[in-house]
Design a protein. Structure first.
Length: 112
């Protein structure tokens, strides 16, 4: 089963099992990561699942066409502390290729 690591503002790292087919948002909600609300349930209608994707993983989190959708970009415009590496967790679906994915929660001090 793929592993997914969340970096928190307090420096804590939480590594979780991330079943294939679930989104980063769903894994966070199921594991009580409080900073990820997922208010819209993954329907791309909010930004409460905003995360920073580690640059080593950026390309592997993109959709097949290689670009973040315009709808996701529009929702990200509403996100707190938007960065170049920002994505919506509901749009990143876990699979074996993403085993080891690392994301940081908004506000986390990372150098990427």
């Amino acid at each position: 089963m793929p592993k997914l690591t969340f970096l928190h503002k307090d420096g804590k790292k939480i590594e979780l099992d991330a079943p294939e087919g679930l989104s980063v948002m769903e894994v966070a909600v199921q594991n009580d990561i409080e900073e990820i609300e997922g208010a819209c349930g993954g329907s791309l209608a909010c930004a409460t699942c905003h995360v920073y994707v580690h640059p080593d993983w950026w390309d592997k989190t993109l959709p097949e066409d290689g670009d973040v959708s315009e709808d996701e970009e529009d929702m990200l415009d509403l996100a707190f502390d938007l960065r170049k590496c920002s994505r919506l967790g509901c749009q990143i679906i876990m699979d074996e290729e993403k085993d080891g994915l690392t994301v940081a929660l908004p506000g986390t001090k990372v150098d990427w």
